[in-house]
Design a protein around this ligand. Structure first.
Ligand SMILES: *[C@@H]1O[C@H](CO)[C@@H](O)[C@H](O)[C@H]1NC(C)=O
Length: 368
């Protein structure tokens, strides 16, 4: 019993360190603008968690994937969301105010979104359905890849598209753990993540990198000579060279103070990295001893339940803009004012930063 008790105590301490303790915050019910007028929360109906944003080639949107498997589109002129598509044909048990986490393997959970600027098709990395593509009408998407080298994807997550040839670069965060157990990917020290490339001409998937620790957001450089991939467990951004004499090199691009999620190029140069939460000391310690993480996972209680309970006291939202050299240029942190938490996305467009999250019931708009 004693070792178990010790583990349980450590686990609780670990969670409190992981989720920076804060006062309980209530999500805004209606569209909310903060006192400085810089932040606006746009509520989402019937679901939560706008994980990433994409604008279509005509500038419409943004589009975002939410917890019940829908992809919705923001109509700026009407100031409302409309339904665009969904990643599963199954819709019967997907709507309403249920716990969407429990149904996402059936209903789908769209994460990374990017438009092919030439065809106007939207590519979707769905955590459970793999890589999909939908035409501009928003009809039922087509699954284009669900496995590579005989190994099925477990947690398809981020993607980017090379506008020169339509090649899609995407990540599978783990073949062992599903999205709803994302904390287990970190705690167990899982290294089954992969970075892949889908060629729409040949319809072939190539594995570029394997044995990654929670690969998450991906982004190509401006001229496509390298790709950045967030390695969430290690709180860092890695760079993989695709072209030039460096091709094939894989190196650390930036070490960060928290767990990175999606990455986007900023129109002002460099890259916006969204951060789920800050890195706690105890978690750092556990990560140094993977056997400890594995022992924690064997404890007789639901790790995700405990985590989501503690997640009510969220750490403050965070986004960082990195230079082309990986240095921190800007850092945005919510000091309890705007209810941000678990930031998954920071996408800059026309002087506005669209902020996404895996569990908040709104999309955030921040005037830069
Ligand atoms: C979008 O779809 C949801 C779920 O199917 C539905 O409840 C909602 O009314 C639809 N919204 C609009 C604006 O059509």
């Amino acid at each position: 019993m004693r070792p178990k008790f010790l583990l349980a105590a450590t686990f609780v301490a670990l969670l409190s360190a992981f989720v920076a303790v804060n006062r309980i915050r209530h999500p805004p019910r209606a569209s909310h603008v903060d006192h400085l007028g810089r932040f606006e929360a746009i509520p989402i109906e019937g679901a939560v968690g706008p994980e990433s944003f994409a604008f279509d080639p005509l500038g419409g949107g943004p589009y975002t994937g939410v917890s019940d498997g829908r992809i919705i589109k923001w109509q700026q002129d009407e100031r409302r969301w409309i339904n665009f598509s969904r990643t599963s044909p199954e819709r019967d048990d997907c709507g309403g105010h249920r716990d969407h986490d429990q149904m996402e393997h059936v209903c789908g959970r769209p994460l990374g979104l990017r438009f092919d600027v030439t065809t106007g098709d939207l590519y979707i990395a769905d955590a459970y359905m793999g890589l999909l593509v939908v035409d501009p009408s928003g009809d039922m998407p087509t699954q284009v890849a669900t496995q590579a080298q005989g190994l099925p994807f477990g947690f398809t997550n981020g993607l980017d598209i090379d506008p020169r040839n339509g090649a899609v670069y995407f990540s599978d965060s783990s073949t062992q753990y599903q999205r709803r157990s994302y904390l287990s990917v970190i705690i167990s020290g899982d290294k089954t993540g992969r970075l892949m490339k889908y060629d729409p001409e040949t319809k072939q998937v190539t594995v570029l990198l394997s044995d990654l620790s929670f690969p998450n957001g991906v982004v190509l450089s401006e001229n496509g000579d390298y790709i950045l991939v967030a390695e969430t467990t290690h709180c860092r951004i890695m760079r993989y060279w695709l072209e030039t004499s460096n091709a094939g090199n894989f190196e650390v691009f930036a070490q960060l103070p928290g767990f990175p999620d999606n990455i986007h190029r900023s129109p002002r140069g460099g890259y916006w990295v969204a951060m789920h939460s800050r890195r706690g000391r105890l978690l750092e310690w556990v990560l140094a001893y993977p056997s400890m993480g594995n022992a924690l996972l064997k404890l007789p209680f639901n790790i995700m339940k405990a985590y989501s309970y503690l997640a009510k006291w969220r750490g403050s939202g965070l986004a960082i803009r990195l230079s082309e050299q990986g240095e921190i240029l800007e850092m945005l942190e919510d000091r309890n004012e705007n209810n941000w938490g678990s930031v998954s996305e920071a996408k800059e467009r026309d002087g506005t930063l669209w902020m996404g999250s895996v569990n908040m019931p709104f999309a955030g708009k921040y005037k830069i």
